[in-house]
Design a protein around this ligand. Structure first.
Ligand code: 1GP
Length: 250
Protein backbone atom coordinates (compact mmCIF):
# COMPACT_ATOMS: atom_id res chain seq x y z
CA UNK A 1 0.00 0.00 0.00
CA UNK A 2 1.59 3.30 -1.03
CA UNK A 3 -0.80 5.55 0.79
CA UNK A 4 -2.02 4.38 4.17
CA UNK A 5 -3.82 7.61 4.99
CA UNK A 6 -5.81 7.45 1.74
CA UNK A 7 -6.60 3.81 2.56
CA UNK A 8 -7.91 4.74 6.03
CA UNK A 9 -9.98 7.60 4.61
CA UNK A 10 -11.51 5.43 1.93
CA UNK A 11 -12.48 2.80 4.53
CA UNK A 12 -14.09 5.57 6.58
CA UNK A 13 -16.05 6.79 3.54
CA UNK A 14 -17.27 3.25 2.89
CA UNK A 15 -18.18 2.83 6.58
CA UNK A 16 -15.78 -0.09 6.98
CA UNK A 17 -14.34 -0.25 10.47
CA UNK A 18 -10.75 -1.28 11.15
CA UNK A 19 -8.96 -3.17 13.90
CA UNK A 20 -5.37 -2.22 14.74
CA UNK A 21 -3.19 -4.48 16.85
CA UNK A 22 -0.68 -2.48 18.88
CA UNK A 23 2.53 -4.47 19.15
CA UNK A 24 4.96 -3.43 21.85
CA UNK A 25 8.55 -4.05 20.61
CA UNK A 26 9.58 -5.15 24.12
CA UNK A 27 7.11 -8.04 24.07
CA UNK A 28 8.29 -9.73 20.89
CA UNK A 29 10.08 -12.73 22.37
CA UNK A 30 10.01 -16.02 20.49
CA UNK A 31 6.99 -17.72 22.10
CA UNK A 32 4.90 -14.59 21.61
CA UNK A 33 5.91 -14.50 17.94
CA UNK A 34 4.75 -18.09 17.47
CA UNK A 35 1.46 -17.29 19.18
CA UNK A 36 0.95 -14.28 16.92
CA UNK A 37 1.57 -16.30 13.75
CA UNK A 38 -1.04 -18.80 14.86
CA UNK A 39 -3.59 -16.17 15.90
CA UNK A 40 -3.15 -14.13 12.68
CA UNK A 41 -3.65 -17.24 10.56
CA UNK A 42 -7.19 -17.38 11.95
CA UNK A 43 -8.04 -13.70 12.34
CA UNK A 44 -5.58 -11.01 11.32
CA UNK A 45 -5.98 -7.33 12.19
CA UNK A 46 -6.37 -4.70 9.45
CA UNK A 47 -3.41 -2.68 10.68
CA UNK A 48 -0.45 -3.13 12.98
CA UNK A 49 0.58 -0.23 15.19
CA UNK A 50 4.13 -0.61 16.43
CA UNK A 51 5.82 1.24 19.31
CA UNK A 52 5.50 2.06 22.98
CA UNK A 53 5.73 4.88 25.53
CA UNK A 54 8.73 3.25 27.16
CA UNK A 55 11.18 0.77 25.65
CA UNK A 56 13.27 -1.46 27.87
CA UNK A 57 14.84 -3.55 25.11
CA UNK A 58 16.82 -3.02 21.95
CA UNK A 59 14.26 -4.83 19.83
CA UNK A 60 12.72 -1.98 17.83
CA UNK A 61 14.38 -2.58 14.45
CA UNK A 62 14.63 -6.39 14.66
CA UNK A 63 10.99 -6.65 15.75
CA UNK A 64 9.87 -4.46 12.88
CA UNK A 65 11.84 -6.57 10.39
CA UNK A 66 10.22 -9.70 11.78
CA UNK A 67 6.71 -8.23 11.49
CA UNK A 68 7.27 -7.05 7.89
CA UNK A 69 8.75 -10.42 6.87
CA UNK A 70 6.09 -12.48 8.62
CA UNK A 71 2.97 -10.45 7.77
CA UNK A 72 3.86 -8.75 4.48
CA UNK A 73 0.24 -7.90 3.65
CA UNK A 74 -0.62 -5.99 6.81
CA UNK A 75 0.29 -2.29 6.87
CA UNK A 76 2.61 -1.45 9.76
CA UNK A 77 2.29 2.03 11.22
CA UNK A 78 4.78 3.27 13.78
CA UNK A 79 3.11 4.68 16.90
CA UNK A 80 6.26 6.28 18.30
CA UNK A 81 6.86 6.61 22.01
CA UNK A 82 9.92 8.71 21.30
CA UNK A 83 12.09 10.13 18.53
CA UNK A 84 14.25 6.99 18.35
CA UNK A 85 11.27 4.85 17.28
CA UNK A 86 11.59 5.54 13.57
CA UNK A 87 12.37 3.32 10.60
CA UNK A 88 11.90 3.40 6.85
CA UNK A 89 10.82 -0.26 7.03
CA UNK A 90 7.40 0.79 8.31
CA UNK A 91 4.62 1.75 5.91
CA UNK A 92 3.85 4.99 7.76
CA UNK A 93 4.45 6.82 11.01
CA UNK A 94 1.87 8.60 13.15
CA UNK A 95 3.37 12.03 13.65
CA UNK A 96 1.71 12.54 17.01
CA UNK A 97 1.14 15.88 18.66
CA UNK A 98 -0.14 15.52 22.22
CA UNK A 99 -2.83 18.17 21.88
CA UNK A 100 -4.65 17.17 25.09
CA UNK A 101 -1.61 18.30 27.10
CA UNK A 102 0.36 21.49 27.39
CA UNK A 103 3.80 19.96 27.34
CA UNK A 104 5.55 21.90 24.53
CA UNK A 105 8.03 19.07 23.98
CA UNK A 106 5.28 16.69 22.88
CA UNK A 107 3.32 19.35 21.02
CA UNK A 108 6.24 20.49 18.82
CA UNK A 109 9.65 20.03 20.49
CA UNK A 110 10.28 16.37 19.54
CA UNK A 111 9.08 17.15 16.01
CA UNK A 112 11.71 19.84 15.62
CA UNK A 113 14.41 17.45 16.80
CA UNK A 114 13.40 14.73 14.35
CA UNK A 115 12.20 16.69 11.29
CA UNK A 116 15.30 16.29 9.14
CA UNK A 117 15.79 12.67 10.15
CA UNK A 118 12.19 11.92 9.12
CA UNK A 119 12.70 13.71 5.82
CA UNK A 120 15.81 11.67 5.11
CA UNK A 121 14.05 8.40 5.98
CA UNK A 122 11.31 9.37 3.52
CA UNK A 123 8.70 7.53 5.55
CA UNK A 124 5.05 8.57 4.95
CA UNK A 125 4.00 10.74 7.88
CA UNK A 126 0.43 11.00 9.14
CA UNK A 127 -0.06 14.16 11.23
CA UNK A 128 -2.13 12.89 14.15
CA UNK A 129 -3.81 14.67 17.03
CA UNK A 130 -3.14 12.54 20.10
CA UNK A 131 -5.48 12.97 23.06
CA UNK A 132 -5.04 11.20 26.37
CA UNK A 133 -8.30 10.59 28.20
CA UNK A 134 -8.55 9.54 31.83
CA UNK A 135 -9.01 5.78 32.06
CA UNK A 136 -9.21 5.49 35.84
CA UNK A 137 -5.61 4.53 36.46
CA UNK A 138 -2.18 6.11 35.93
CA UNK A 139 -0.77 4.68 32.67
CA UNK A 140 2.77 4.79 31.30
CA UNK A 141 1.58 7.22 28.63
CA UNK A 142 0.24 9.61 31.25
CA UNK A 143 3.29 9.37 33.46
CA UNK A 144 5.80 9.70 30.63
CA UNK A 145 4.06 12.67 29.00
CA UNK A 146 3.97 15.01 32.02
CA UNK A 147 0.46 15.94 31.03
CA UNK A 148 -3.00 15.70 32.54
CA UNK A 149 -5.46 13.52 30.62
CA UNK A 150 -8.86 14.88 29.60
CA UNK A 151 -11.42 13.92 32.29
CA UNK A 152 -13.59 10.99 31.17
CA UNK A 153 -16.76 12.97 31.85
CA UNK A 154 -15.71 15.96 29.71
CA UNK A 155 -16.22 14.92 26.08
CA UNK A 156 -16.78 18.58 25.19
CA UNK A 157 -13.12 19.31 26.00
CA UNK A 158 -12.08 16.41 23.76
CA UNK A 159 -14.41 17.59 20.98
CA UNK A 160 -13.14 21.18 21.09
CA UNK A 161 -9.52 19.97 21.15
CA UNK A 162 -10.01 17.57 18.24
CA UNK A 163 -11.83 20.25 16.24
CA UNK A 164 -8.91 22.64 16.78
CA UNK A 165 -6.54 19.91 15.58
CA UNK A 166 -8.68 19.36 12.48
CA UNK A 167 -8.64 23.12 11.81
CA UNK A 168 -4.84 23.04 12.13
CA UNK A 169 -4.71 20.42 9.38
CA UNK A 170 -4.07 17.23 11.32
CA UNK A 171 -5.36 14.11 9.55
CA UNK A 172 -6.33 11.64 12.28
CA UNK A 173 -7.55 11.98 15.87
CA UNK A 174 -6.40 9.32 18.34
CA UNK A 175 -8.21 9.13 21.70
CA UNK A 176 -6.26 6.98 24.10
CA UNK A 177 -6.82 6.02 27.74
CA UNK A 178 -3.31 4.51 27.71
CA UNK A 179 -2.33 0.87 27.63
CA UNK A 180 -3.89 -1.15 30.42
CA UNK A 181 -6.44 1.52 31.33
CA UNK A 182 -9.03 0.39 33.85
CA UNK A 183 -11.87 1.92 31.84
CA UNK A 184 -11.92 2.56 28.13
CA UNK A 185 -13.50 5.59 26.46
CA UNK A 186 -17.29 5.27 26.41
CA UNK A 187 -19.44 5.10 23.27
CA UNK A 188 -21.24 8.30 24.40
CA UNK A 189 -17.93 10.13 24.58
CA UNK A 190 -17.13 9.03 21.03
CA UNK A 191 -20.58 10.05 19.76
CA UNK A 192 -20.01 13.63 20.95
CA UNK A 193 -16.66 13.77 19.17
CA UNK A 194 -18.03 12.17 16.01
CA UNK A 195 -20.65 14.92 15.86
CA UNK A 196 -17.91 17.60 15.97
CA UNK A 197 -15.19 16.42 13.56
CA UNK A 198 -14.86 14.70 10.20
CA UNK A 199 -11.40 13.23 10.84
CA UNK A 200 -11.05 9.45 11.10
CA UNK A 201 -11.27 8.60 14.81
CA UNK A 202 -8.89 6.13 16.47
CA UNK A 203 -9.80 4.80 19.93
CA UNK A 204 -7.61 2.73 22.24
CA UNK A 205 -6.68 1.92 25.80
CA UNK A 206 -8.32 -0.67 28.03
CA UNK A 207 -10.55 -2.32 25.40
CA UNK A 208 -10.86 -5.90 26.56
CA UNK A 209 -13.37 -7.59 24.27
CA UNK A 210 -15.03 -7.55 20.87
CA UNK A 211 -18.38 -6.36 22.27
CA UNK A 212 -16.82 -3.15 23.62
CA UNK A 213 -15.02 -2.62 20.32
CA UNK A 214 -18.25 -3.10 18.40
CA UNK A 215 -20.05 -0.50 20.52
CA UNK A 216 -17.24 2.00 19.95
CA UNK A 217 -17.26 1.36 16.19
CA UNK A 218 -21.02 1.87 16.15
CA UNK A 219 -20.63 5.11 18.13
CA UNK A 220 -18.36 6.52 15.42
CA UNK A 221 -14.84 5.20 15.98
CA UNK A 222 -13.12 4.21 12.72
CA UNK A 223 -10.11 2.34 14.09
CA UNK A 224 -10.00 0.43 17.37
CA UNK A 225 -6.55 -0.21 18.81
CA UNK A 226 -5.95 -3.19 21.05
CA UNK A 227 -2.63 -3.98 22.71
CA UNK A 228 -2.71 -5.63 26.10
CA UNK A 229 -5.58 -8.07 25.42
CA UNK A 230 -3.75 -9.63 22.45
CA UNK A 231 -0.44 -9.42 24.30
CA UNK A 232 -1.84 -11.57 27.10
CA UNK A 233 -3.84 -13.83 24.80
CA UNK A 234 -3.27 -13.60 21.04
CA UNK A 235 -6.06 -16.14 20.47
CA UNK A 236 -8.51 -13.40 21.60
CA UNK A 237 -8.17 -12.10 18.02
CA UNK A 238 -10.55 -14.89 17.00
CA UNK A 239 -13.50 -13.12 18.61
CA UNK A 240 -12.94 -10.20 16.21
CA UNK A 241 -13.41 -12.30 13.12
CA UNK A 242 -16.61 -11.75 11.18
CA UNK A 243 -17.85 -8.95 13.41
CA UNK A 244 -19.99 -6.28 11.86
CA UNK A 245 -16.99 -3.98 11.50
CA UNK A 246 -15.93 -6.02 8.50
CA UNK A 247 -19.06 -4.77 6.73
CA UNK A 248 -20.74 -1.43 6.24
CA UNK A 249 -22.03 0.20 9.41
CA UNK A 250 -22.63 3.81 8.42
C1 1GP B 1 -2.44 2.16 24.07
O1 1GP B 1 -4.38 2.38 22.77
C2 1GP B 1 -3.35 1.53 23.10
O2 1GP B 1 -1.81 3.28 23.53
C3 1GP B 1 -3.80 0.13 23.47
O3 1GP B 1 -4.20 -0.01 24.81
O4 1GP B 1 -2.94 -2.02 25.57
O5 1GP B 1 -4.96 -1.23 26.83
O6 1GP B 1 -5.20 -2.29 24.59
P1 1GP B 1 -4.33 -1.49 25.48
Amino acid sequence: LDNILAHIKSKKREGIKMLAHLIDPDKLESQHKLNLVEAYSISAPDLIFYGGSLMTSNRFESGLNWIKDTFPNIPVIIFPGDTNQVSSKADALLLLSLVSGRNPDLLIGKHVLSSFKLKELNIPLIPTAYLLVDGGVATTANYMSFSAPIPANKPEIAAATALAAEQLGMQLAYFDCGSGAQKHITPDFIKKIRASIDLPIIVGGGIKNAESANKLWSAGADIIVIGQLFEEDPSALKAFKNLSFRTTLN
